[in-house]
Design a protein around this ligand. Sequence first.
Ligand SMILES: *[C@@H]1O[C@H](CO)[C@@H](O)[C@H](O)[C@H]1NC(C)=O
Ligand SMILES: *[C@@H]1O[C@H](CO)[C@@H](O)[C@H](O)[C@H]1NC(C)=O
Length: 194
Amino acid sequence: MPPLRSPSRAQCLLGAMVLWLSPPVKCDCSLFPVIAHGSGQDMSSFFSFTTVVKYECDEGYILVGEPKISCRNSHWSASAPQCRALCAKPQIAHGHLSVEKRQYVERENVTVQCDPGYDMVGPQTISCSENRTWDPEVPSCEWEVHTGCEPVAAGRMLMQCLPDPQDVKLALELYRLALEIKALGRREPLGGDS
Ligand SMILES: *[C@@H]1O[C@H](CO)[C@@H](O)[C@H](O)[C@H]1NC(C)=O
Ligand SMILES: *[C@@H]1O[C@H](CO)[C@@H](O)[C@H](O)[C@H]1NC(C)=O
């Protein structure tokens, strides 16, 4: 007899008898686990003794675990997979992240570090949450603004009173100019670069 391409009548009958003789096996597995942010599809064929479910995640979620699970004798081969959220890399001006990636997976923590001269506003550590957002909110790095500025006694002091690096550069030039004028006033030759 050549190999059969489609089920014969005899096979159909056999399949029906098997189902009729052992209904609980199939029934117990008929309800497969539901997962968040994804869905399962029953892939089992009519004749199979096992229930096979294949899971897929919604867009923006990544599958963790076994994508396909099967049920035999009322037992699942593995627990259902999870669909974990993917979070986009947080954009922080004047700051950098402890781990640099294009995207991050749910529950992943990232620590933010601000560049020198910038203060952190918000939490230092953030976590990729189930709804694909960062929790708590992404911090920002703000230029240090010191209240109660000291009188300008040196370049450093001057720097601490100004809100942005561009201003500081200008201020330092003005400060240098002021020193030069002072030196000229005392009719002393200018010192070196320092
Ligand atoms: C992220 O931090 C939280 C709280 O500190 C911790 O419970 C969790 O295990 C961390 N996640 C990872 C992937 O390390
Ligand atoms: C996302 O989840 C976080 C915590 O899990 C929550 O604070 C925030 O409100 C949620 N955002 C949205 C848009 O659902």
